[in-house]
Ligand binder design. Structure first.
Ligand SMILES: Nc1ncnc2c1ncn2[C@@H]1O[C@H](COP(=O)(O)OP(=O)(O)OP(=O)(O)O)[C@@H](O)[C@H]1O
Ligand SMILES: [Mg+2]
Length: 579
């Protein structure tokens, strides 16, 4: 090596490597928690303490390390997890690079106390700025405790890139949940001096996810679907839970928290028409696949992964969510929006996952009847026999809402939003050719569509008759409509037509394919449904509830407003201080 070009000193190399792995306190916590999981621990505890940028202590009861092992572990590219390049193709551990501990040690003071089983004494090692300060025997329980202090003490410039203590603390909690929620079989605890969170060992990840969702969990519906390559379980949030940012979106693959643009796009796609475009859902997706189908070695902090059958996954995710939300009938085949991405339905590659119990619980039940569940606060909105029809209507309030008892509490239904769903759902059925009765009206209505050309006229006629309207064109852009679907009892045709005209005008030129069928059906439904302010008797309320069961996507109106909200018995208890 000569001239201008020379090999960097090890300490500098470590710090450069550390820049990718150790960006902020939460990235260190992530590495330490993952090491503890990889060490086959049953119990993992984390403590965040000390002044900003915080110190961390992570203890586990895992396999521990001998003195030689721990000395090796803090050196670069030392790992017990892989031995050859082939091993990279089928990773089942979180770690594999042998970079985390040396990286952390190069930017902080690291103290490790560890003892493997079968040894009386443990080892204590202190590393600072990448240099071993001391190593010696020490009393220790089985397992490993890693303590990190003085973060970025030797490179204060890095401190400038940290956000406020509150934000960094929030990241620490996100990382904790990200490892603990999928960490079935391991108990987790974390404390930050103010808050403490536990996940019990026997708690399944689906249960952990609902606890993580907290109050919102009552608006989660279960999802579960498999293809030849993937198996997905989890929870999809109803529109009640939507957020501006993506903070409620959680993906896990084989127990590993990750981000992925493709899966994210599939989620967005599945929620199109359910959530407004600027809102994101709350969702937990646990994806299981053969480790060789997914490459976790594409991102320095292992936050991103690459799937071999990404298109298959996209279709599956979309479908699983659609099914869970009742947008797609539960038994319909998976049809992908992407060419060549047909999903083969088949038995799951890993049938022995913990989600199995849920699968059994929900399989064979129709998609609607699994939406509710009686019971306590943290129980997700799932299965109650009878669905909405099982609710007992108590009264109409404010001329707009139906107050019901059931689902383990009180349910309030927006009558307009509910009826709109019902009418839409029936219109869609007749539009899709499921023959619905048509009724001739006493007084035919004549409407016109100024500015329409021949092509548009033909489209309007085609659409109207597909929905079930009896329609004739008189030329001159005028139509005579003399009947329509029998379900449109309250249809205000002139209002809809006015809306349609306004919409077409607002488009400037008439768009090609002027009818987005769904959009127009929604518009018709809006002008044909029970309005807020219309009085309802008990009988009408009951009819509305049972009709709602037959409608699909019965949780939100097309604007993404919820159809129903629930106040659980536990919440009421709390409100009245009866806890
Ligand atoms: N809590 C722990 N209990 C037992 N062994 C541990 C623990 N933490 C680390 N080790 C050992 O130290 C080695 C180095 O850890 P380190 O995190 O630096 O690398 P890695 O986990 O192998 O890979 P990665 O850099 O991808 O995390 C591990 O391979 C493991 O053998
Ligand atoms: Mg590691």
């Amino acid at each position: 090596m000569g001239g201008r070009i020379h090999l960097l000193p090890d300490g500098v190399i470590d710090q450069i490597a550390a820049g990718e792995v150790v960006e902020r306190p939460s990235s260190l916590l992530k590495e330490l928690l993952e090491n503890a999981v990889d060490a086959s621990a049953d119990r993992i505890e984390a403590e965040v303490f000390g002044p900003f940028p915080f110190s961390l202590r992570v203890s586990d009861d895992g396999i521990g390390m001998t003195a030689d092992e721990v000395e090796a572990a803090v050196r670069r590219h030392t790992t017990s997890k892989i031995a050859s390049a082939e091993d990279l193709q089928k990773l089942s551990t979180y770690g594999f690079r042998g970079e985390a501990l040396p990286s952390i040690a190069s930017v902080s003071r690291l103290r490790i106390l560890t003892r493997p089983s079968g040894q009386d004494l443990g080892t204590e090692i202190v590393v600072e700025g990448g240099k071993i300060q001391s190593i010696g025997e020490a009393g220790a329980t089985r397992g490993t405790t890693v303590e990190m202090t003085n973060l970025f003490g030797n490179i204060p410039a890095r401190l400038k890139f940290l956000k406020t203590p509150r934000t960094e603390m929030a990241h620490l909690w996100d990382v904790f949940h990200g490892v603990a929620v999928p960490g079935e079989g391991i108990s987790f605890r974390m404390g930050d001096g103010r808050t403490e969170v536990f996940y019990e060992r026997g708690e399944l990840r689906l249960e952990r996810a609902t606890r993580h969702a907290g109050e919102g969990s009552k608006y989660l519906v279960p999802l579960s679907l498999s293809s030849a390559f993937f198996r997905i379980t989890g929870w999809a949030g109803l529109p009640h839970l939507s957020r501006i940012g993506a903070s409620g979106v959680h993906f896990f693959v084989n127990g590993r928290h990750f981000r992925d643009k493709g899966v994210f796009a599939a989620v967005r796609e599945a929620y199109r028409g359910i959530l407004p475009p600027d809102r994101h859902p709350v969702i937990y997706l646990f994806i299981e696949c053969d480790p060789s189908e997914v490459d976790v070695n594409v991102h320095p902090a292992k936050m991103e992964v690459r799937f071999r059958y990404g298109k298959d996954l996209f279709a599956l995710v979309r479908h699983a969510i659609g099914e869970a939300l009742g947008e797609i009938p539960a038994s319909s085949p998976v049809v992908s929006s992407l060419p060549g991405a047909e999903v083969r339905m088949g038995s799951p590659p890993h049938p022995n996952t913990g989600a199995q119990a849920w699968e059994n619980l929900f399989s064979n039940s129709a998609s609607q009847s699994r939406l509710f569940r009686t019971g306590g606060d943290a129980s997700p909105a799932s299965e109650i026999e009878g669905g909405f029809g099982g609710l007992r209507p108590v009264a109409q309030i404010l001329g707009t809402y139906i107050l019901c008892e059931g689902m383990g509490g009180m349910v309030i239904i927006d009558q307009h939003a509910a009826d709109e769903r019902i009418v839409f759902s029936r219109l869609k059925d007749s539009y899709l050719g499921k023959n619905a009765p048509v009724q001739r009206w006493l007084v035919p209505q004549v409407v016109s569509l100024p500015g329409a050309g021949r092509r548009e006229r033909a489209e309007v006629e085609r659409f109207l008759s597909a929905v079930g309207f009896l329609c004739e064109s008189f030329g001159d852009n005028t139509f005579k409509i003399s009947g329509g679907p029998a379900i449109l009892e309250r249809f205000d045709l002139p209002r809809w037509w006015e809306d349609l005209g306004d919409f077409l005008l607002s488009q400037g030129a008439l768009p090609k394919g002027i009818f987005d069928a769904d959009r127009e059906l929604w518009r018709i439904a809006c002008h044909a449904s029970l309005r807020a302010g219309m009085p309802l008797e008990k009988e009408g309320m009951r009819a509305l509830l049972s009709d709602l069961d037959r409608a699909f996507a019965s949780h939100s109106c097309p604007h993404g407003r919820p159809v129903w909200v629930k106040i659980s018995a536990a919440e009421m208890k709390r409100m009245f201080g009866r806890t």
